[in-house]
Design a protein around this ligand. Structure first.
Ligand code: GUN
Length: 302
């Protein structure tokens, strides 16, 4: 059997089109567009490329976008003051502080300073709590788990009553996606198991999964014998395993590999996400969705 591919690159285009249309409608009716600020501290090439893509995407869907770049030696107090300024700015609905931050800045303090109602990353403890309660309490689900759930729904995979196994227990993927899949509602109502480095028999748990979500950060961890025939396999891993020269640009680019042994797994799974082109493109897409939702909450139309 050859699995059906779930392509984040395609789903991204559908969702961005939906957002663009809704932004235009809200602008016509209410005279407002969603505003997103990205705050980048320092000059890490990876962070610059992520932030640039976020800003370009925001621009594409018709948002008011602000890219606020700060020097690597900015004082923590100055960064907190900047966040306070954007918390009070009515043209801004979403504040994103690109991580990681330099060592002299307390990341937790910075993330906690963002107004929870503008926390489009969904990292603030208030939003983590809202996610745990579920239902109408949820304002901003974290972007990667939200993207995973959206991919599963749009692929037409049944989640109600499904056995979901999550590999990995990080705060940004493993724990939130487990909470989201167990809630009542669309794309959820699943029976969820979370496995991690201390789990006795990871393979045995994985083999029970109708939906296997892998966010371990270990290239090729999931072997074909971990997969139940016909299962939906979502690979969140983006591991740099080497470099190559791009045929398109002639420049050096990273060779990326997922946490799943893709070539073998696709012969057993019913659905599978590739790396790259699977979960990756969904994270920025859901950031746009959260920023749109933030404006809608503030207008009382969500
Ligand atoms: N750095 C890498 N991924 C992310 C993300 O999703 N949000 C933020 N704020 N920083 C990141």
């Amino acid at each position: 059997m050859s699995a059906k591919l779930i392509l984040g690159t395609e789903i991204r285009e559908q969702i961005l089109e939906e957002i663009t249309k809704e932004v235009a409608e809200i602008k016509a009716k209410h005279g407002k567009v969603p505003g997103l600020v990205t705050i980048l501290v320092g000059e890490s090439p990876a962070s610059i490329s992520y932030v640039t893509l976020k800003i370009q995407t925001a621009h594409r869907v018709g948002f008011h976008e602000v890219q606020d770049n700060q020097p690597p030696d900015i004082a923590e107090a100055a960064l907190l003051a900047l966040i306070d300024k954007y918390n009070k700015d009515e043209s801004i609905n979403g504040i994103l502080v690109q991580l990681p931050l330099p060592k002299h800045i307390d990341e937790k303090k910075v993330l906690n300073a963002i107004d929870p109602d503008k926390d489009v990353d969904g990292f603030h403890p208030v939003n983590v709590g809202r996610l745990m309660i579920g239902g109408n309490e949820v304002k901003f689900a974290p972007c990667t788990p939200a993207g995973i759930q959206e991919m599963i729904v749009r692929a037409g995979v049944e989640t109600s009553g499904a056995e979901v196994v999550v590999v990995g227990r990080s705060n940004i993927v493993g724990k939130p996606i487990a909470v989201m899949m167990v809630q009542k509602g669309r794309g959820a109502n699943s029976t969820v198991t979370v496995v991690h480095t201390r789990t006795k028999d990871i393979a045995a748990h994985c083999r029970r999964a109708d939906i296997l979500i892998v966010a371990a950060g270990v290239p090729g961890l999931v072997k074909p014998e971990y997969i139940k025939p016909g299962a939906c396999v979502i690979d969140v891993g983006v591991n740099r395993v080497g470099e190559k020269i791009s045929e398109k640009t002639g420049k050096k680019i990273a060779i990326l590999r997922g946490d799943v042994d893709f070539d073998a797994a696709k012969e057993i799974a019913g659905y599978i996400t590739p790396v790259p082109g699977g979960v990756g493109p969904m994270t920025i897409t859901m950031l746009m969705k959260n920023t749109l939702m933030s404006l809608k909450y503030s207008l009382g139309i969500a």
